[in-house]
Design a protein around this ligand. Sequence first.
Ligand code: NDP
Length: 318
Amino acid sequence: MSEASEHIKTLIIGSGPAGYTAAIYAARADLNPVVYTGLEPGGQLTTTTEVDNFPGYPDGVDGPTMMVELQQQAERFGTDVRIGMATAVDFSNEPGGLHRVTIDDNKEVLAETVIISTGATAKYLGLPSEQRLRGGGVSACAVCDGFFYKGQDVAIVGGGDTAAEEATYLANICRKVTMLVRKDHMRASKAMQHRVTSTPNIDLRYNTEIDEVLGNMVVEGLRMVNNKTGEKEEIAITGLFIAIGHKPNTDIFKGQLDMDDDGYLMTEGKSTKTNIPGVFASGDVQDKEYRQAVTAAGTGCMAALDAERYLATIETPV
Ligand code: NDP
């Protein structure tokens, strides 16, 4: 390590709505929070255009602007926001209960409390045409972006609970939803499958994958391929939703924090407590079900309150 270890009262890893909300609360409670932003300062919302469903913005707000404002709000109360990535952690029982976190592979900090808000990353198919049109009609969040396609024809890829839920959500807003499932069955629960099959404006296509997303600047259509017969078909759509799962950003916590089978951090009851005292988790990294900016912000607030209560119950290490 190039520098001596710095001692931090509350270290927040991640800078999405959960991390910054935790910072606002922690700073106002004199926990002197330090936020390390990670590789994508502002988190997933910086890849969204308009955010219309965050309370308090009657005219909507674009994602990057909202994240800058959240950062400014956290800084107003003294949060130290730093560009940097947590690259390793050691949550083993340190004398005094300090948690050791390595930043950018070359700096070590010792934290009395750690709030993990590293989020989750939506999976994409990886097709060049899909990547090119991200933000131009290709989205990984129907609840965030579906509204912009009101009355239009859209498509969704995936066969899990998320895809099923989002397909029915979109069907309420859009004229027609073509749903592409790569197998001959869906992975979603029977109840969710039933919702899909009983929604008249969802055109469910099994054994179907995307060959190419059509359009130059914006999505104009889709070329689908039946992976059994090889038959191709083009349809006109204006929006394409990818719902093939998320990957929680928890690799560095493996072996130290309890996770579920999908790698999401497990928290105790209604709290944000992980299995390590003094380490808390908020936002999408511990939530695969709701995944909204407002729910992430809510758990960020909870994590700061949990950290404050934890610090009040232990003898402050020197
Ligand atoms: P899942 O991993 O459950 O499902 C992903 C789906 O995407 C699968 O159908 C999979 O197909 C498909 N898929 C993956 N890669 C590709 C690809 N390259 N091309 C085409 N299709 C692909 O993810 P979800 O986000 O749906 O759900 C995650 C977890 O969250 C689950 O445990 C789910 O139950 C839970 N959840 C619960 C909800 C609720 O209870 N209300 C709501 C939302 C999620 P294949 O089956 O062929 O692998």
